[in-house]
Design a protein. Structure first.
Length: 601
């Protein structure tokens, strides 16, 4: 394939495209001379810059992982592109016409432009959703909702927020009129796989999701209050050729210049959190998309924030604290310094912005505490540290954090901090840290009577199906192809599904890895008990999993039908448009009836 591109085109790319500009999209570079640039390697995590770009000789080299090459190879490696596709991307960036040997494209070369076409489709759809929100009567309810939450017109336009119509057949008709083929729309991710005329998003506030180049590649949709309780509050696009959740951050294209300049980033839980921070001038905030923080996310941002801070702005509930700990661990493993924002006066940044204004929210970010202080405060509340046993348990839990620190100086400093906070002798703390595994064997960590007990885990059909997966790990592929995390109502089932998904994505879906990831959640004892007592025979696991899938899907449909029947019974037909909307509701009911019937067989 490389031989098909003319040397003239390759030379033009090398002479025209600025390698420093291209690499600078992925990591912050500093000049150390006329053509000499250095930064942290975008291919592996590091604290000290060892990645060198020579703008004169047009090459890069990392002295840490030894990645090296020209601008074409850089784009191939960082974007996971073929040689030809990397050439095409760079040629487009530099305004260079592509020429092939012998004056034409080889007869056996067919360019795969699926991603380009999908991006064109999503861009077109986002523009229409934005128009419907800002300019039409049907988008008025959604517009009133977001303005009531304090968002300005400028912010709405910056994030290109939109509205998906309640008529679930409208979008397909619109896109067909714009010459998109039915076959292409069927595979676009915008429509139901079983019912291709039905839009995946309807009557929702729409959040376009941009790639790092600022192109729309996916959507998030939020119900507009007041909404049926049976409806999921948030829906996100699934993985697509142009979009991978694990590799994408909401708001990153809008935040990356500020992240690079400030050497700081705020990780949030939701899209509205990001938007509120940006409106308050804290425009270096981003959010994950329905998944925990991943190594891919850290790789995206580490080159920009090395030497600065990662701020975590997650909820203060149990799930939020768990997400905070996992994010701290992942960041520290990659040499990044972490601070935790502890929001006061509202449930999220948008509420604080609305109640108290941007200065209050900014002050709370500026008051963020180091992760070590946050964790020491957390274990100090969790255990009765006025007793020797409580201090021991708190120290053993804090040792998990010390373990992931990258330098001996950091570790020693944190151990000294631990000894000061809990009034312990530094020598004793260091001894216990060095012998922490033996210490854990001696101490059974259970909450004392002075500490709030762990909530009782409800071993229902949802959780039983997930525990059955640990006895036959091949069943997880089937489970994840039918359900996603937010489908589970049991919070512990949701948590276990997330752990299984994370292990699966890392290629570490094994019982030891699952149990290690469950540490401290209370789930590990249910798993180990079930496996040790052979509760789930392998040949029966598929039955448990299928029962769980049917159980969850049927419950969802039953809830949707109940809410839909109420809407139909309350619906008053006054106009032709009302009649059409009621017919759409009746059609939806028939669709749900058919789905419920299939699941009952």
């Amino acid at each position: 394939m490389p031989g098909f591109i003319s040397q003239e085109t390759i030379d033009a790319i090398h002479n025209t495209v600025d390698i420093v500009s291209v690499v600078g999209e992925y990591t912050a570079l500093k000049s150390r001379g006329a053509n000499d640039y250095w930064g942290c390697c975008p291919f592996h995590g590091e604290k000290t810059p060892s990645f060198h770009v020579d703008n004169d000789k047009k090459f890069y080299h990392c002295f840490g992982c030894h990645a090296s090459g020209d601008v074409i190879k850089f784009v191939m490696e960082i974007e996971k592109l073929s040689y030809v596709n990397a050439i095409e991307l760079l040629a487009k960036k530099g305004g260079i016409p592509i020429k092939y040997k012998d004056g034409g494209v080889p007869s056996d070369y067919v360019r795969d432009d699926t991603v380009d076409k999908l991006i064109e489709l999503y861009e077109r759809t986002a523009s229409m959703f934005h128009y419907l929100l800002m300019e039409t009567e049907q988008g008025k309810k959604a517009l009133e909702y977001i303005t009531s939450r304090g968002l300005t017109t400028e912010t709405i336009q910056k994030f290109k927020l939109g509205y998906a119509p309640a008529d679930r057949r409208w979008l397909r008709k619109f896109l067909l009129s714009k010459n998109f083929s039915p076959e292409f729309l069927d595979k676009s991710g915008l429509f139901s796989q079983k019912y291709p005329d039905i839009s995946f998003f309807s009557d929702r506030l729409m959040f376009p999701i941009f790639n790092r180049k600022g192109q729309v590649v996916a959507f998030g949709g939020r119900v507009i209050p007041p909404a049926d309780e049976s409806q999921r509050k948030y829906l996100n696009s699934g993985d697509l050729p142009q979009f991978k959740k694990r590799e994408t951050l909401f708001g990153f294209s809008l935040a990356k210049n500020s992240i690079r300049e400030k050497k700081a980033i705020i990780f949030c839980e939701g899209n509205m959190d990001v938007i509120a921070y940006h409106q308050c001038g804290l425009d270096y905030a981003v959010a994950t998309l329905g998944t925990a923080l991943t190594p891919e996310h850290i790789k995206m941002i580490s080159g920009f924030v090395s030497g600065g801070f990662v701020y975590l702005s997650f909820d203060s509930d149990g799930a939020g604290q768990e997400a905070t700990w996992k994010a701290i661990k992942l960041c520290r493993e990659n040499g990044l310094t972490v601070k935790v924002i502890q929001l006061q006066g509202g449930k999220d940044p948008a509420e604080i912005m609305l109640k108290y204004g941007k200065n209050n929210l900014t002050a709370q970010v500026n008051s963020a505490i180091l992760d070590s202080d946050y964790l020491l405060n957390k274990v100090g509340k969790k255990y009765p540290v006025d007793t020797p046993e409580g201090k021991t348990k708190a120290a053993l839990e804090f040792f998990d954090y010390v373990d992931v620190l990258q330098s001996d100086i950091q570790k020693e400093s944190c151990l000294e901090q631990l000894s000061q906070v809990f009034n312990l002798k530094p020598e004793a703390v260091k001894r216990d840290f060095l012998n922490r595994n033996q210490a854990r064997e001696r101490i059974t960590i259970r909450p004392s009577n002075n500490v709030q007990s762990t909530p009782q885990i409800n071993l229902d059909a949802e959780l039983r199906g997930l525990i059955a997966v640990t006895a036959d790990l091949d069943q997880f592929k089937i489970l994840r192809s039918n359900l996603e995390e937010n489908d589970f109502k049991n919070p512990y089932a949701r948590q276990l599904f997330r752990i299984l998904e994370e292990c699966f994505q890392k290629g570490a879906l094994s019982v030891p890895d699952i149990i290690e990831s469950c540490s401290g959640t209370g789930l590990e004892r249910y798993i180990t008990n079930a496996l040790s007592e052979d509760v789930y025979q392998k040949e029966q696991c598929s039955i448990y999993v299928q029962d769980t899938i049917r159980f969850i899907k049927k419950n969802k449909i039953d809830e949707q039908r109940k809410a839909l029947l109420k809407r139909i019974s309350d619906f008053v037909v006054s106009t032709e448009e009302d009649r059409i909307q009621k017919n759409n509701l009746l059609a939806k009911k028939i669709e749900l009836d058919e789905q419920a019937k299939k699941l009952s067989k």
